[in-house]
Write a protein that binds this ligand. Sequence first.
Ligand SMILES: [Cu+2]
Length: 122
Amino acid sequence: MIAIVAISFVIVGSIWAIGNFMIPHKKSNLENFKGTLLIAQNNAFNITNPDINAVAKVPKKLVILNKDFVRHDFIVDKLNINTAYLSPDQDFITAIASNVPGTFEYYCSLHPATMHGHIIVK
Ligand SMILES: [Cu+2]
């Protein structure tokens, strides 16, 4: 009886393991999401601190990912965006949402001299 139970476990376990090999690995959510991905690395956002374009009254998904060895944050005062401090490999999902057009400055409060750029809402 015990042997039958043990064999059953082995068979079920094998089927489960084979099934896992057959199913391709799921991509991480960040690899194919729609929106803007900003990677904080080497004291810059996406290397060049690019302008981020958005449209008034159309929320735009924004992901900040810290790929650096130090903490960063991402702040846009006038759009009430504040990720708080992100540790290495930590990300934060937010949105650019403005009812009015304008140019809004973004920056990292820990490195404001090198990590800053503009969000342009049209
Ligand atoms: Cu920073």
